[in-house]
Ligand binder design. Sequence first.
Ligand code: OOG
Ligand code: NI
Length: 457
Amino acid sequence: MVHVAYVSSDSIRTLFSDAMSRMYQQEVPQYGTLVQLVADINKQVLAREPGLHQQLQHQGELERLSLERHGAIRVGTAAELNMLRRIFAIMGMQPVSYYDLSEAGVPVHSTAFRPVDQASLQHNPFRIFTSLLRLELIEDAVLRQQAEAILAQRDIFTAQARKLVDVAEAQGGLTDAQAQEFVAEVLETFRWHQHATVDHASYQALQNSHRLIADVVCFHGPHINHLTPRSLDIDAVQQQMPAAGISPKAVIEGPPRRRCPILLRQTSFTALEEVVMFDGKQAGTHTARFGEIEQRGMALTPKGRDLYDQLLSRSRQAPAQPDNDRHQRQLADIFADFPDDETSLRQQQLGYFRYELTDAGRKQAAQGGIANSDDMEALIEAGLVQASPITYEDFLPVSAAGIFQSNLGNAGHEAYGQNASKVAFEQALGSAVIDEFGLYADMQADSIQAVRQALGA
Ligand code: OOG
Ligand code: NI
């Protein structure tokens, strides 16, 4: 029997994220400028902070630094979301977490497709924040039916992409040639289309209901609306963007700058106004596509996340500040209540950590271990074990809403009356979403288990 080798899903994801990056830099030249700015600042930070350089190297994150980016798309139907789940699975990306944005006046709910195990994350952590339009939130019944009818007519996938998904699922993988073709075909789904699928009046009516609805409904496909490189100093990027000719949103979302970074900080540049042809003839404009930067910190436990949510909501009740500097100072004052050293974060079980033997610990293990290898804090104290924070790989709904909003212009929308609808989302998706806390807890538990096994007498 001939043995056919299939390409790993990790490699397919890298092919895909590279292709996306190339396409987006061509489509949105400012994104290329942003990537360059982020890379320059990352280089400066690594030169300035040897400790951080060493930590990233130790965690295997140095190689993935320039690879790290996320993207976002918005789809209109359950069938589209369902097909995306099958496509992303071939790239080793699973749906993690459920995000309800309706509370923030954005008529979508979302998940993030991303790699989940340690080795795959290290290989390439590329993820796609994927939102499904909630048509039931369009108040006007006639408009709602019109939107449904328009969406029912489009197929956002090429015939060959559909065929290759079937092939991959049937044979359990793709050959090298098939993987190349699969990535090229899937890329078509995320390409920008200058021609809207509707006339200008329909676009305007949908736009008036909510700008996001027009963005999802009036085009051939879910154009990638941003890509996001990973920055090691988001404050510096925010500050230097204007000089590079990029206009950033007013404030950085998420927690303030800290000694021990937590969760995720994000900022973006505002959307481009692009020429669109309606009905093949009438020119107009549409704004949807932008660029974003992220800085990632430690994943928090449910207890840590509660504290974060509490402090964040306290900061949102405080008076809005006119600029990012003052916003950050106010945030920092409020977050003074969040411990900012690794020992406290660990001992108070606010963050997730990966435990491993030190050189002394390995020596001890080789000499037969020790009687009590259960208490990680005692082992750290004894110099046998070290702990390093586990990086947060997910998203924050309040920050995501801020990113959405900054790119929908000033025409905000009040909160939608309906509640989160995780069940409906999972039904559309065709599977449950994975609980993010479970993933981090497992990583931490596995590392503790490995230490105990190695040290146990
Ligand atoms: C997604 C906005 C959310 C993030 O990084 O939080 C997001 C969108 O605008 O479609 O990408
Ligand atoms: Ni984003």
